[in-house]
Design a protein around this ligand. Structure first.
Ligand code: ADP
Ligand code: 5GP
Length: 204
C-alpha cells in the first residue's frame, strides 16, 4: 500500500495537483481529514474533509482517534486511524494532504511512506494564487503567508520536491513521484517473497 504524504505552503496549488493525480490514478484515494474549518463553496463533508465542530474534534483527540493532528492557521486538522484502516482493507493507496507537522508525524509512524513537498516557482506566486482563489480573508492570507517561511525551512527533509510551475508540469512531476513509489521495495515485497519461496522449492 503506497502512502503518499504531500505538503506545501498554502496557495502553492497542492489541492489542484492532488485532484489531477487522483483523477489519473484510480487506485489512489485521498485521505479525508477532519477539520474545524468551515467548508469553502463547493466543498462537501466526507469528500474534501469531515467538517466537525471543535468539541467533537477534541473528543476524538481524547479517545486517541487520530494518527496525527495539528493546529493550522487557527483551525484543527487531523487524520483518523479509521481512514487509514479503511484504505488498507480495500487495498487502496492513500494520499495525505497535510501540513508539515502532519507530514513528519505520518513519516515517523509509517517510515515507508513517501513524502513530497510542492514548491511554488516563485515566492510571489503564493500570495497571487491565494488572492486569486478568493476564499480567504485578508487576515487568513497574512496568517498563511506567515506560516510559509517556517514551512519552506522544513522542505529539505521531504523525500521529493515537486515544482508547481504550471498545473500540467506540476501534475506530471507528482505523478512520476507516485508511480516511482509503486515500484518501491516495500510494495514489491510480496512478489519477491513468493518468487524466493518457489525458487527455494525448485532447488534440486
Ligand atoms: P493549496 O491547496 O496549495 O492551498 P490550491 O490548489 O487551492 O492551493 O490553489 C491555489 C490557487 O492557485 C487556486 O486558485 C488554483 O486554481 C491556483 N493554481 C494552482 N496551481 C496553479 C499553477 N500551476 N499556476 C497558476 N495558478 C495555480
Ligand atoms: P486548508 O484549510 O487550506 O484546506 O488546509 C490548511 C492546511 O492544513 C493545509 O496545509 C493542509 O494540507 C493541512 N491539513 C489538512 N488536513 C490535515 C490533517 O489531517 N492533518 C494535518 N496535520 N494537516 C492537515
Amino acid at each position: 500500500m503506497v502512502l503518499l504524504v504531500m505538503a506545501a505552503c498554502s496557495g502553492t496549488g497542492k489541492s489542484t495537483l492532488a485532484k489531477r493525480l487522483l483523477a489519473a490514478r484510480p487506485k489512489l484515494k485521498l485521505s479525508c481529514s477532519h477539520t474545524t474549518r468551515a467548508p469553502r463553496p463547493g466543498e462537501v463533508t466526507g469528500r474534501e474533509y469531515h467538517f466537525t465542530d471543535r468539541a467533537a474534534f477534541e473528543a476524538m483527540v481524547a479517545r486517541e482517534a487520530f494518527a496525527e493532528w495539528a493546529e493550522y492557521a487557527g483551525h484543527l486538522y487531523g487524520t483518523s486511524h479509521a481512514e487509514i484502516e479503511a484504505a488498507a482493507a480495500s487495498e487502496r493507496d492513500l494520499l495525505f494532504d497535510v501540513d508539515v507537522v502532519g507530514a513528519f508525524a505520518l513519516k515517523r509512524t509509517y517510515p515507508r511512506a513517501t513524502s513530497v513537498f510542492i514548491l511554488p516557482p516563485r515566492f510571489e506566486a503564493l500570495e497571487a494564487r491565494l488572492r486569486g482563489r478568493g476564499t480567504e480573508t485578508e487576515a487568513a492570507i497574512a496568517r498563511r503567508l506567515g506560516a510559509a517561511q517556517r514551512e519552506l525551512e522544513c522542505a529539505s527533509e521531504f523525500d521529493y520536491l515537486v515544482v508547481n510551475e504550471t498545473v500540467e508540469t506540476g501534475a506530471a512531476e507528482l505523478m512520476t513521484v507516485y508511480d516511482a513509489a509503486t515500484y518501491a521495495r516495500s510494495e514489491r515485497a510480496p512478489l519477491l517473497d513468493l518468487l524466493r519461496r518457489v525458487a527455494r522449492g525448485a532447488q534440486p
